[in-house]
Design a protein. Structure first.
Length: 123
């Protein structure tokens, strides 16, 4: 990794802000989230809460990798029943390979807010 520095990204979002945007623009969910992400959220009590956490993860990964041009589908966050599984595609995968890093994410949410932290490190 360039200079062996740890790369960290973080994002925070009010859940109802995303829920309102999805209500106003139903196709927004397709632009921001993969089929698997939408399917996972749809199976939960409050889908917007889980989509908001994934939106934050995508933004956090973009910050950690210092992405300048990317598509939201290139950062995919899958539910596994345990820690979230991160899959990078396209420009995000290319940037991680260029930096020689692996990226991990941690998600959290309350009734009001969702947040994520992404850490990119070698190994």
């Amino acid at each position: 990794m360039a200079g062996d520095r740890l790369r960290i990204g973080m994002d925070l979002l009010e859940i109802d802000r995303l829920e309102r945007a999805l209500e106003r623009t139903p196709r927004l969910a397709e632009r921001l989230f993969t089929d698997a992400e939408r399917e996972y959220a749809a199976g939960r009590g409050r889908p917007g809460q889980h989509l908001a956490a994934r939106f934050c993860a995508k933004e956090a990964v973009a910050k950690a990798l210092e992405l300048t041009s990317w598509n939201f589908h290139e950062v995919e966050v899958l539910g596994t029943g345990g820690p979230p599984e991160l899959r990078l595609h396209g420009a995000a995968a290319a940037r991680a390979a260029e930096l020689g890093v692996r990226v991990e994410v941690s998600l959290t949410h309350t009734g009001r807010d969702a947040a994520a932290v992404a850490v990119a490190a070698t190994g």
